[in-house]
Design a binder for this molecule. Structure first.
Ligand SMILES: Cc1ncc(COP(=O)(O)O)c(C=O)c1O
Length: 391
């Protein structure tokens, strides 16, 4: 017996590997700043933890419905109405173990072997790995301008085998956030290709420094073909609770329930109670998180502007910065993996190589760390630049 051949196409997450190496260096006594990981550095707000406690004490400890508890699906329904002016029936909403499982179940339920899915680089690396697991093909669009997908690029990439476009806004790893007008322009292209579904990954919706518009709000005419993914991990600092949700056509939700019933029988009942409290409760904590991330984004913009050989497209959301380091490349540092390795081994800063996101010549830092640590890391990056004297 041996693992299926498709597993060979799944690459271990570079950010997790770097984080392991950073931990090992730290354990060996080195002063390492980890800017690799993608989770908020804040704690889950107290009222959410209290709701979980209450749910456990009240006996919400049995198998929940596979599709998600009624209370959480109602909270999700209310959230879409409140934040995005979108009306979903309860049969159009599913809850899973994190947004990642929502994405997995949607793709597993709809893709046949060799079906094609459009990804826009730089993209969240799990997209590629999920497709590899499912035996589907990815077609990667490399936007020519500012890391943003243009309508003509989308038009040129669609083939008769295309099943999905995966669009993430605000994006991991670059913070690209599409405006309503930009989404509508992409929607006009998609309207001409009714065989393509759109998976709108909006997990960073609440961490945005300009206006946010949901794809489904921008393009109501495409409603039947849009599946919106979101969750509580990032907005409410709840990465460990593992609750994500999705909303879209009822036929898709039904198919996903069949998948989910054989993977996990649904998500933890207590975590679902906590997620309902997060969505229904006060939202000012989310705004505080967002302000903190915007401040750190500004710290990064200033520091990178002052660092020889580096540049970046200004992130308008999420808590990452994808930094262009092409001017640093040389025989000694031939690619972004060599840059990230040197940053870690010589300067004690863990960052993720851009090739992880199919955007070579870049590295990603996360701003989910205290301001002083971020400033310290940025001055180490500058120290590396000064040693390199890039062209
Ligand atoms: C773009 C994107 N989508 C989905 C996820 C998965 O989120 P969750 O923790 O809810 O599974 C992440 C996590 O990093 C992400 O960056």
């Amino acid at each position: 017996m041996r693992p299926i051949a498709r597993l060979a196409g799944v690459k271990a997450s570079a950010s997790a590997m770097l984080s392991e190496r950073a931990k090992a260096l730290r354990a060996a006594g080195q002063d390492v700043l980890d800017l690799g990981l993608g989770e908020p550095d804040f704690d889950t707000p107290a009222h959410i933890i209290e709701a979980a406690h209450q749910a456990a004490v009240a006996g919400q400890t049995r198998y929940p419905p596979t599709v998600g508890t009624l209370a959480l699906r109602q909270a999700v329904q209310d959230k879409f109405a409140r934040d995005n002016q979108l009306d979903f029936g309860l049969d159009q909403i599913i809850v899973s173990n994190g947004a990642k499982q929502v994405i997995f179940a949607a793709l597993m339920a709809t893709l046949e072997q060799d079906d094609e899915v459009l990804l826009v680089a730089p993209y969240f690396d799990s997209y590629r790995n999920i497709l590899a697991l499912l035996g589907a093909q990815r077609r990667v669009i490399q936007p020519a301008q500012n890391l943003r997908l243009q309508p003509h690029e989308l038009e040129a990439a669609i083939t008769p085998s295309t099943r999905w476009l995966l669009l993430n806004s605000p994006s991991n790893p670059a913070g690209v956030t599409y405006t309503r007008q930009e989404l509508q322009a992409l929607g006009e292209v998609l309207a001409r290709h009714p065989h393509v579904m759109i998976l709108a990954d909006e997990i960073y919706e609440h961490i945005v420094f300009s206006d946010f518009c949901a794809f489904a709000s921008a393009c109501p005419a495409l409603g039947e073909r849009i599946f919106t993914v979101n969750g509580v991990s990032k907005a409410y600092a709840m990465t460990g609770w593992r609750i994500g949700y999705g909303a879209g056509p009822a036929w898709l939700i039904k198919a996903m329930v069949t998948v989910q019933s054989q993977i996990s029988s649904g998500a933890c009942s207590i975590a679902q109670a906590a997620a309902a409290a997060a969505l229904n409760g006060p939202q000012h904590g989310v705004e505080d998180f967002c302000r903190a991330f915007q401040h750190r984004r500004d710290i990064v913009m200033q520091a990178i502007a002052d660092t020889p050989g580096l540049s970046l497209v200004r992130p308008d959301g999420a808590f990452y910065a994808l930094i262009n380091c092409q001017a640093w490349l040389s025989d000694a540092l031939p690619d972004d993996t060599a840059v990230a390795t040197a940053l870690l081994e010589r300067h004690g800063v863990a960052a993720v190589p851009g090739s992880t996101y199919e955007t070579a010549g870049h590295f990603r830092i996360s701003t989910a760390c205290a301001d002083e640590r971020l400033r310290d890391a940025l001055s180490r990056i500058r120290a590396m630049a000064e040693q390199l004297q890039p062209r």
